[in-house]
Ligand binder design. Structure first.
Ligand code: KMH
Ligand code: ZN
Length: 273
């Protein structure tokens, strides 16, 4: 079985300090959190950034600063979010792709998102997919519901995505696919052979789905973007604490954890010196 790629989703666009007072917000805090997660076994940092008021932003300079500070501290793959926050136009969401990060997300469909709508029309999906391609960035396809896999395969037929594909199943968002093992099995069976996948279980779905992914040969995303708790009613101390638990579980289950360069090789990306 391939080594396990652990992604740390440090902050997202929705989580607040009220949800978890230890949420990293500034580029400096994000870089420190990324470093701590890397030390515990994370090889990918899924990156959103916040402005000085703590609000989500797709500002290029803020992304550049956070990426620079992360790269200074460790060799983790930085995966920028092109999802941003609900309601942003695709052009704004795609802005930080001009920095040519190693990796970026691409959501291939619209989904209810709590009481909001995470809007991804064909225009949005194709605009972001083209920008990813033009900047030579490795995409991670974010799947919030099963039809988004079919949309991704349409992009392959149109030359906007190139296999081998890497998917991330975001499961348990209210409005998206439920965070059950049965649903995970269906998603895994629905992607083309030769694809890789990870799972980001939301809230209480995080740990059970991560455990199943470790056993099945998938990969795992954890972090405050998806879940602020360590256990029922107990807030996590840090993103790194959540990463460390996954690395520990993997060890117990006989699965080795990938370094960033091993993750790059698994995902068909250029390794770093
Ligand atoms: N904040 C969500 C609306 C991504 O990072 O690509 C979208 C999101 C997906 O977080
Ligand atoms: Zn995100």
């Amino acid at each position: 079985m391939d080594k396990l790629i652990i992604t740390a989703a440090l902050v997202g666009a929705e989580t607040t300090r009220e949800d978890n007072p230890n949420l990293p917000l500034s580029p400096e805090e994000l870089a420190e959190a990324a470093y701590d997660c890397w030390q515990e076994g994370a090889s990918i940092i899924h990156l959103h950034v916040r402005d000085a008021q703590g609000q989500p932003t797709q500002d290029i300079d803020t992304f550049a600063e956070a990426i620079r500070l992360i790269n200074e501290r460790c060799d983790a793959i930085v995966q920028i979010s092109t999802g941003g926050a609900v309601g942003l136009p695709w052009e704004e969401r795609a802005q930080p792709l001009s920095l040519k990060p190693e990796m970026a997300t691409l959501t291939t469909g619209t989904v209810n998102f709590g009481r909001d709508v995470f809007y991804n029309s064909s225009e949005y999906i194709e605009g972001i997919a083209k920008a990813i391609q033009e900047n030579g960035v490795k995409p991670e396809i974010e799947i919030f519901d099963v039809g988004m896999i079919d949309n991704a395969l349409r992009l392959v037929r149109r030359g906007l995505l190139t296999p081998p594909l890497h998917f991330d199943f975001v499961m348990g968002v209210p409005g998206g696919i439920g965070g059950t093992v049965k649903n995970l099995l269906h998603l895994v069976e629905s992607i083309p052979p030769g694809s890789s996948w990870s799972v980001a279980g939301i809230g209480r779905a995080e740990l059970p789905l991560a455990t199943v992914a470790i056993i099945m040969g998938g990969h795992v995303r954890v972090g405050f973007e998806d879940n602020v708790y360590y256990s029922r009613g107990v807030k996590a101390e840090s993103n790194a604490q959540l990463v460390a638990r996954i690395a520990r579980l993997a060890k117990e289950l006989g699965r080795e954890v990938a370094t960033p360069n091993e993750a790059r090789q698994l995902l068909g990306m250029a390794v770093k010196e």
